[in-house]
Design a protein. Structure first.
Length: 353
C-alpha cells in the first residue's frame, strides 16, 4: 500500500511540475509576444474608445447603419495620432448619400459590399459611390455598403423584397464588390468574429442554398466555440501574434459558398428589377499571396459556371501607400483609388441605355 501511495505521490509531483513548466512557458510566450507586438505589430495595439460607425441591431441582417444620422468618426493610431477624422451621413434607409435628389427617369445603380463600399475613413465626396456619381452621372446611385458585411447581407436584403420600395427606378444595374475576406464572412469563421448575429446560409443535401437564421441561432455550438477563441485571442498577445483561427486555413469547400450566395443574389435582383447584377473583383485583391490567388481563380471558375457576370480588376491596380486612407493604421481605399476604380467601372458598365 505504501508503494502505491509513493507512486501516486510521484505522479502527482510530476504533474504539478509539468503544470508549472507549462505555465512558465506560457508566461514567457506572452511576454515575448507583447514585446514583439509593441515593436513590430502596431496593428495589434488598439486605441480604445474610437467610434467609427453607429449601427442598429436588426434580426434580418444582424446590424445596419443607423438611418438619418450625421456621425463624426475618428480613428487613432496606436501612438495616439489621428488615423482619420471624417463625417458620415446616412439617409432614412441607412445609406451614405451621394446626391441631394433623384430623377425617376434615370436608371438605378445599387451598390452592395462592406466597408470598402461604405467608404470607411472617408468623407462623403471620396467614397466609391460618390466617384461613380461623378463618372456616371446618368444613374441614381444607392450605397448599401456597411462595414463588416459579407455577400449574405446582400442576399438577405434582396430576399426581404424591400428594395423596390426604396429605389426610385425599377431598371438599372447592381454591383457587389468582392474581396477575399468575404469568404470568411460567408462561412462565419473566427476571422470575422463580429459576424455571428448576421445571416447564416448553407448548401443542404440536395444542393439548395438555405438560410438558417443567424450564425448564433443556426449553429449555436460552433459559434460558441468560435466566440470562445475570439475571447482568448483578445486576452492573449501570443494567440494574437500567431493569429490562430478556426478553421486553421480556408479550403475550396469553404470558398464554394460565396459564389452560390452571389448566384442566388443575382437571381433575386433580376426577379425584382429590370437589369443585371455584376460581381466586381476589387483591385486590392492582388497581393501576390498564393492562397489568395487560388481563391480568386476558384471564384472566377464558380461564378462563370453559374453565369454570374464578373468585372475583374484584380490585376488592374495594386495597393500602394498613397492609395489607402493611411498605410500606418488603415488600409481601406482612399478617394484616389476609388476614382480610378470608378473610371474602370464607367468604362465597362457604361452610361445608361
Amino acid at each position: 500500500m505504501s508503494g502505491a501511495s509513493g507512486r501516486f505521490a510521484a505522479v502527482l509531483a510530476n504533474f504539478q511540475l509539468t503544470l508549472r513548466a507549462v505555465a512558465f512557458s506560457m508566461a514567457v510566450a506572452e511576454v515575448l509576444s507583447w514585446v514583439y507586438a509593441s515593436r513590430a505589430r502596431p496593428d495589434l495595439r488598439l486605441w480604445e474608445g474610437d467610434v467609427t460607425a453607429v449601427v442598429d441591431q436588426v434580426p434580418e441582417y444582424g446590424y445596419v447603419l443607423a438611418g438619418n444620422r450625421t456621425l463624426h468618426a475618428v480613428k487613432h493610431m496606436p501612438d495616439g495620432g489621428v488615423c482619420y477624422d471624417v463625417t458620415y451621413r446616412t439617409d432614412t434607409f441607412g445609406r451614405r448619400p451621394v446626391q441631394q435628389g433623384t430623377d425617376p427617369s434615370r436608371p438605378h445603380m445599387i451598390l452592395f459590399g462592406c466597408s470598402v463600399m461604405m467608404g470607411e475613413g472617408l468623407d462623403d465626396p471620396d467614397t466609391l459611390a460618390a466617384k461613380l456619381d461623378e463618372a456616371l452621372p446618368g444613374y441614381n446611385i444607392y450605397n448599401y455598403g456597411v462595414h463588416g458585411y459579407g455577400p449574405q447581407h446582400m442576399l438577405a436584403r434582396l430576399q426581404s423584397r424591400t428594395l423596390p420600395a426604396e429605389i426610385v427606378s425599377d431598371r438599372g444595374v447592381a454591383l457587389y464588390v468582392l474581396l477575399p475576406v468575404h469568404i470568411s464572412r460567408a462561412i462565419g469563421d473566427t476571422r470575422a468574429f463580429w459576424i455571428y448575429t448576421s445571416p447564416y446560409y448553407t448548401i443542404d443535401g440536395d444542393d439548395t442554398l438555405v438560410r438558417h437564421g443567424s450564425f448564433d441561432t443556426g449553429r449555436p455550438y460552433t459559434t460558441r466555440l468560435y466566440r470562445s477563441l475570439t475571447w482568448l485571442k483578445a486576452h492573449s498577445w501570443f494567440l494574437s501574434v500567431l493569429d490562430v483561427n478556426l478553421p486553421l486555413r480556408l479550403v475550396d469547400r469553404d470558398a464554394q459558398l460565396t459564389p452560390r450566395i452571389l448566384e442566388e443574389a443575382r437571381r433575386e435582383y433580376r426577379a425584382q428589377f429590370h437589369g443585371e447584377l455584376y460581381v466586381v473583383f476589387h483591385p486590392t485583391w492582388a497581393r501576390g499571396n498564393p492562397e489568395t490567388d487560388h481563391l480568386l481563380e476558384l471564384m472566377r471558375t464558380e461564378l462563370a459556371a453559374a453565369g454570374v457576370p464578373v468585372l475583374d480588376y484584380s490585376t488592374d491596380l495594386g495597393l500602394t501607400d498613397d492609395e489607402v486612407v493611411n498605410h500606418a493604421c488603415d488600409l481601406h481605399p482612399n478617394g484616389r483609388l476609388n476614382a480610378e476604380l470608378a473610371a474602370l467601372l464607367a468604362r465597362d458598365v457604361g452610361p445608361p441605355h
